[in-house]
Ligand binder design. Structure first.
Ligand SMILES: C[S@@+](CC[C@H](N)C(=O)[O-])C[C@H]1O[C@@H](n2cnc3c(N)ncnc32)[C@H](O)[C@@H]1O
Length: 336
């Protein structure tokens, strides 16, 4: 089926309900209700941790061995501090209730099935197809593109590098959209695992989509030619990584991109997790997808948390971090 065909009527109706529900913010009490204590906790964490982070960033830029790892470890400490302070600063009754739900359901060490390299390849492909369908139906991929467009070059094709792209679901959708709208993009989808990229490569070949695929460690972009990419993005992947890795990945991307960086992921929410888990069972009849959705929503970051990780380094003045429809965290860096 052509992935640009409109989804069936039932999916369109479900999609409308789901994206309105997610965009209403009501289902994300932990985002809305904890927003104030979390912002204050983020500012405290920046005050306490930024001086050392800046020193480590300078050592990293100077090529000092181990500095990048030390920067990541320090960022993880800063986030742990911020999370502790968020709970302490949540004093109003509704804030405390949200913090309690958050503590009960937030964070888990459970692994997603899709992270299991030994997962049956047929099950993987089925889950990925459902995930792509879900992303199209709730409008995630379009929202990601809207967040990236302000950073596109105006006078020449934008060279876009997608990190931790997995099977390239977003990169492929972006290529379809670019073709339909005449957007000048040169897209490279990368991941650590060649076998995941191969799934996307097969789709690109079948549909004649101009997407390059390459194995790339998102934590070390030193192999890229200087100025090789204008925009470096990472979608729906950072909840798979510990805070130390997220902070390093963001900085590594900010150092390499000529125009900017966009990282986007789901936003932590118990209620949205329950909604998507239910859709996984009822609409897609895919217990694996339902499981992974629930685990993901528990592991997602909040916008202020990603804001902290991105603002510890010298890029801070040019970083924005916010909640974004239909229920995502956006971190965007625009090179001055
Ligand atoms: C959820 S998946 C990718 C989702 C994809 N970006 C999307 O929007 O559909 C997370 C990916 O991160 C990749 N990954 C893990 N560690 C990595 C690293 N150090 N560098 C690059 N990719 C990595 C995994 O192989 C996996 O494919």
């Amino acid at each position: 089926m052509d992935a640009r065909q409109p989804p069936p009527l039932l999916d369109r109706a479900l999609g409308r309900v789901a994206s309105r529900f997610m965009a209403s913010r009501i289902p994300s009490p932990s985002v809305g209700l904890l927003g104030e204590p979390r912002t204050r906790a983020m500012l405290e964490a920046l005050d306490a941790h930024r001086p050392r982070a800046l020193a480590l960033a300078a050592a990293w830029d100077a090529g000092e061995p181990g500095a990048s790892e030390a920067y990541g470890a320090h960022a993880a400490d800063a986030l742990a501090f911020m999370r502790r302070r968020t709970v302490e600063l949540a004093r109003a009754p509704l804030e405390r209730a949200a913090a309690a739900v958050h503590r009960r359901f937030g964070d888990t060490d459970e692994r997603e099935h899709l992270d299991d390299p030994d997962l049956d390849p047929r099950v993987r492909v089925r889950m990925i197809e459902h995930l792509d369908a879900l992303n199209r139906v709730i409008g995630s991929y379009r929202a990601f593109l809207r967040a990236m467009e302000p950073l596109f070059a105006r006078d020449r094709p934008t060279r876009l590098l997608d990190l931790a792209a997995g099977h390239g679901g977003f990169a492929l959708d972006l290529a379809r959209e670019a073709r339909a709208r005449g957007l000048a993009l040169e897209i490279t989808a990368t991941d650590l695992r060649a076998e995941y990229l191969a799934l996307g490569e097969a789709v690109a070949r079948r549909e004649g989509l101009p997407v390059d695929f390459a194995v790339q460690d998102a934590l070390d972009l030193s192999n890229l030619a200087p100025g090789a990419f204008d925009l470096i993005v990472c979608t729906q992947a950072i909840h798979h990584f510990p805070a130390s890795m997220t902070a390093r990945m963001f900085r590594e991307a900010a150092r390499a991109a000529t125009r900017g960086v966009v990282f986007v992921d789901g936003c932590r929410s118990v209620m949205q997790g329950a909604l998507i888990r239910t859709l996984g069972h009822l609409r897609y009849r895919d217990a694996g997808l339902a499981h992974d959705a629930w685990v993901s929503f528990r592991r997602f970051y909040a916008p202020e948390e990603l804001g902290l990780l991105a603002r510890l380094g010298p890029e801070a003045p040019d970083v924005e971090a916010k909640w974004m429809r239909p229920g995502h965290c956006l971190v965007r860096y625009r090179r001055p």
